[in-house]
Design a protein around this ligand. Structure first.
Ligand code: CP
Ligand code: NVA
Length: 305
């Protein structure tokens, strides 16, 4: 049986994604009630991190432990990956020893090449192009607070980055409208936008994007790997901070999300992120744990493991 991978949200059907979210909500309840679920007893997750992480590392590692398995943190600094061993060789070797592999890296082609040669499921834990695991947590959070997102309007304010591009895929899979506001020159991938043009509106005015929105999301202006552009980006993104004034143009009951880490006073105001009525960022972060446990169980079940 061929392994199922999760490199983008399009690797699962809309029905399968709904199933994962429903199970994430169930697993969260189980955990809160102290019920033991050791479905992954003796299973091992390999975790390759070529970029920093707090939430992703801890949620995957804690999630595997809670399911009775374990996780291996693999840094390129102390594996042969960092000394140029080919991805294809690493994929064949690692997948002969562990049950799933999670990768956070730069080029999206790295996770694609790894998956091609892996005999076990591969999960994209962030590339320069996509961050699909974060969207599982975001959707779970919206469902828990407001119900299903289909038919709703989501506003993305900021960079057309890996998070924004995952929101584009999410709009397709969960059938919502996505309004994107980004400065000129910071738009998401043109082909991706073209392929989803029925569901996307691209503007350069944050107020125009947020009008009628039920859910507002943003992210840092300079992603990992773009540290040298920080100053230049701060200038380009002036006027794109999500704060109470901007949120006042959204629908009443709109929620604010941010994948974190956040830069207060840049893409989000300190007051908004701490506003317990509007901001659901802490639930969103916690849901990385529950939604990824559901994802790993799904991939395992559908890969004949
Ligand atoms: N949101 C997110 O992926 O956080 P980390 O970079 O801390 O993993
Ligand atoms: N766009 C950010 C997301 C961090 C979770 C980055 O890639 O650094």
């Amino acid at each position: 049986m061929k392994p199922r991978h999760f490199l983008t949200l399009l690797d699962l059907s809309p029905t399968e994604l709904k199933e994962v979210i429903a199970n994430a909500i169930e697993l969260k309840k189980q955990l809160k009630h102290g019920e033991i679920n050791d479905s992954f007893k003796n299973r091992v997750l390999g975790m390759i991190f070529e970029k920093s992480s707090t939430r992703t590392r801890v949620s995957f590692e804690a999630g595997m432990t809670q399911l009775g398995g374990s996780a291996l943190f693999l840094s390129p600094r102390d594996t042969q990956l960092g000394r140029g061993e080919p991805i294809e060789d690493s994929a064949r070797v690692l997948s002969s020893m562990v049950d799933q592999v999670m990768i956070r890296t730069f080029g999206h082609n790295i996770v694609e090449r790894f998956a091609k040669y892996s005999s076990v499921p591969v999960i994209n834990a962030l590339t320069d192009d996509f961050h699909p695991c974060q969207l599982l947590a975001d959707v779970q959070t919206y469902v828990e607070h407001r119900g299903q997102p289909s038919g709703k309007t989501v506003a993305w304010i900021g960079d057309g980055n890996n998070m924004c591009q995952s929101y584009i895929n999410a709009a397709r899979q969960w059938d919502f409208q996505l309004n994107i506001a980004c400065p000129k020159g910071f738009e998401p991938n043109a082909e991706l936008m073209q392929a989803n043009k029925e569901r996307i509106k691209l503007v350069h005015d944050p107020i125009e994007a947020i009008r009628g929105a039920d859910w507002v999301s943003t992210d840092v202006w300079a992603s990992m790997g773009q540290e040298a552009e920080q100053k230049e980006r701060e200038q380009a993104f002036a006027g794109y901070m999500v704060d109470h004034e901007l949120m006042s143009h959204a629908n009443s009951g709109a929620v604010f999300m941010h994948c974190l880490p956040a830069h207060r006073g840049e893409e989000v105001s300190a007051e908004l992120i701490e506003d317990q009525q509007l901001s659901v960022v802490w639930d969103e972060a916690e849901n990385r744990l529950h939604s990824q446990k559901a994802l790993m169980l799904f991939l395992s079940q559908h890969s004949g493991q």
